[in-house]
Design a protein around this ligand. Structure first.
Ligand code: HPA
Length: 260
């Protein structure tokens, strides 16, 4: 079916089955023995950064830096469709998305990792679907459970093996950004059931589902959400928490791939 959209394009089929999308603080996957870099041009434009192919603890892994190799693309400018499309074209079955978030739930403190199980989409005006043109019929994907349970279970199992504390579930609220939220917006999001707030979870998750890939996220809390901390949110606070949080993410990814 995918070929029908882009018969003119010939992609190298590598049949890698797992990809890691790195977010803020994870523009490189340390320990990945890179075999090659590939810039893919899709019907939707270019990916955020070259696709990195390599071996990670003996397994073939693809890595993609969501915000660009130099972390220059803000959340609302990311070409989510090109990123997800290219992973599908490369034969990826499972996608692990790493994302920095603000903590809304009082238990979700800075540096904590959360494996979300649900999401609410507050983004707007992003290219959010592949199902717009050349449709032979209207398609509505089932998105009742936006994250792949199987992949979530693998992340939780890896965390257990290495005795790494992770919150096994949480509701991710995806906001438009790039500004942070107001305290009133966070109060509203909390009332609506959000535990975490981030800017990149959508449309990424839905696009992966449209292309029938298994998608799960690992969120790193880097600040208390607006109005939840005692002081204003600063970039230096976010960056400092990100450094520690990403250390835990790396440990989790190593074990996940070992067990994969
Ligand atoms: N809000 C939205 N996105 C974020 C935040 C936040 O507080 N922290 C990190 N990403």
């Amino acid at each position: 079916m995918l070929r029908a959209f882009m018969p003119h394009m010939v992609y190298e089929e590598t049949f890698m089955s797992i990809a890691i999308i790195g977010g803020s603080g994870l523009t490189k996957l340390e320990g990945l023995e890179i075999t090659h870099r590939q810039m893919l041009h899709t019907p939707y434009g270019n990916t955020s950064s070259p696709i990195i192919h390599g071996k990670y603890y003996g397994k073939s892994v693809i890595f993609l830096a969501r915000h660009g190799a130099q972390h220059t693309i803000p959340p609302h400018k990311i070409n989510y469709r090109a990123n997800i499309w290219s992973l599908k074209e490369l034969g990826v079955k499972d996608v692990i998305a790493i994302a920095a978030v603000g903590g809304i739930h009082p238990d979700m403190q800075s540096k904590d990792l959360v494996i979300p199980h649900q999401l609410i989409d507050y983004t707007w005006s992003r290219e959010h679907t592949f199902f717009t043109d050349d449709l032979s019929h209207v398609t509505h994907i089932d998105f009742t459970h936006p994250y792949c349970e199987n992949l979530r279970a693998q992340l939780l199992s890896a965390a257990k093996t290495i005795a790494l504390k992770v919150h096994p579930q949480g509701v991710y609220g995806a906001t438009q950004g790039p500004r942070l939220e107001t305290a009133a917006e966070i109060n509203r999001m909390e009332k609506e059931g959000c535990d975490l707030v981030g800017m990149t979870g959508m449309p990424e998750a839905a696009l992966a589902r449209e292309l029938e890939m298994c998608y799960a996220a690992c969120a790193v809390v880097v600040n208390p959400a607006a109005g939840r901390g005692s002081a204003e949110i600063t970039m230096s606070e976010i960056e400092a928490n990100l450094i520690d949080g990403i250390l835990s993410v790396r440990q989790l990814l190593v074990e996940l791939i070992r067990e994969y």
